[in-house]
Design a protein around this ligand. Structure first.
Ligand SMILES: O=C(O)CCC(=O)C(=O)O
Length: 311
């Protein structure tokens, strides 16, 4: 193994340092920090579906609770490589939040290059094919990636109001509101302090789905024009559960599962990947129609601004 060794007898290990290294995805801190520069082995670059996978019992649980933990191991190195590649790429759709006058990246979307999906050197291709494989086995229908996002929740970054994903996923007509499943991969540990997901488990289906707020169809498709928000009085009547998890865990939830999350009150960012799957191959059409919606919405913004300019 090739390694660069940095011995620093004066360094002082504390939990702050460990948390920083955790966030950066670097090896654990010790007086002798070793950085491995050898080529990663197969077990470090491939996801592993547990041989104990029992699709039938997972499907039963998924249908009755709306969410399941998947028996999938995603190597830390692979997750970090994929995350870094996306964070520093110019291509994805990026969303920012201003906190204390500083602009923070809070989301990357549309970053998987499906053309390179057979290339083993591209970290996402290995992750996506494992997610498609495990979701197809559990749902007993071939699943295809439909949409992807990487959420970064910086310290003080805001949470998500109670919502369903289904209405916004179905907005372009590629699939029914309840037909999607999303796999969440935690990159960092997710807990109450840093705004983990909160879910309302149940057998949610088209006949008992929670009603959502009517939106202005001409509104911003990423804000007030985005359907799925649950009325606050309805949300208050639901039973909510924190979904605390370690880094690298995978959960699959239905597009009709009510969920929300809180502000990040910790000192470190909290990142999670959400890959939505569908039995229809509608990703390209979904992103094409969303792009169209965003393009059509922009002139309205200009009109609003022009109206506000004193004549
Ligand atoms: O990242 C989170 O805390 C929740 C994400 C979520 O619910 C969403 O992006 O729709």
């Amino acid at each position: 193994m090739s390694a660069i060794s940095a011995n620093n007898p004066d360094s002082d290990s504390d939990s702050g340092d460990d948390a920083l290294l955790e966030m950066l995805g670097l090896p654990t801190l010790s007086l002798s920090t070793e950085i491995d520069i050898s080529a990663p082995s197969h077990s470090e670059t491939s996801c592993v579906i547990s041989p104990s996978l029992d699709p039938s019992s997972l499907l039963l649980e998924y249908e009755s609770k709306g969410i399941i933990k998947l028996p999938l191991h995603v190597p830390r190195k692979l997750l970090n490589a994929a995350t870094l590649q996306t964070t520093f790429s110019a291509h994805p759709l990026k969303t920012y939040e201003t906190i204390n006058s500083q602009k923070h990246l809070t989301r990357c979307e549309k970053f998987v290059d499906l053309k390179s999906s057979s290339d083993d050197t591209v970290p996402w291709s290995s992750i996506i094919s494992s997610l498609e494989e495990i979701s197809s086995a559990v749902l007993k229908k071939p699943q295809h990636i439909f949409k992807e996002k990487l959420n970064y929740k910086p310290p003080k970054g805001k949470g998500f109001a109670p919502h369903l994903d289904g209405p916004s996923l179905a907005i372009t007509g590629q699939g029914e509101e309840g037909s999607f499943a999303t796999i969440m991969l935690s990159i960092d540990p997710m807990n109450i302090a840093n705004g983990c997901l909160e879910v309302s488990r149940g057998n949610w289906n088209s006949s008992n789905k929670i009603s959502t707020v009517q939106v202005d169809e001409n509104g911003n498709p990423d804000r007030e024009g985005r359907p799925g928000e649950i009325h606050s009085e309805v949300a208050e009547g639901l039973e909510w559960e924190y979904l605390e998890c370690e880094a690298g865990e995978a959960y699959m939830f239905s597009s009709l599962l009510p969920h929300k999350s809180g502000t990040n009150k910790s000192q470190f960012q909290r990142r999670a990947i959400f890959i939505t799957l569908s039995d229809e191959d509608g990703r390209e059409e979904y992103y094409r129609k969303m792009e169209e919606k965003r393009r059509v919405f922009k002139p309205n913004l200009e009109e609003e601004w022009l109206k506000s300019v004193p004549k």
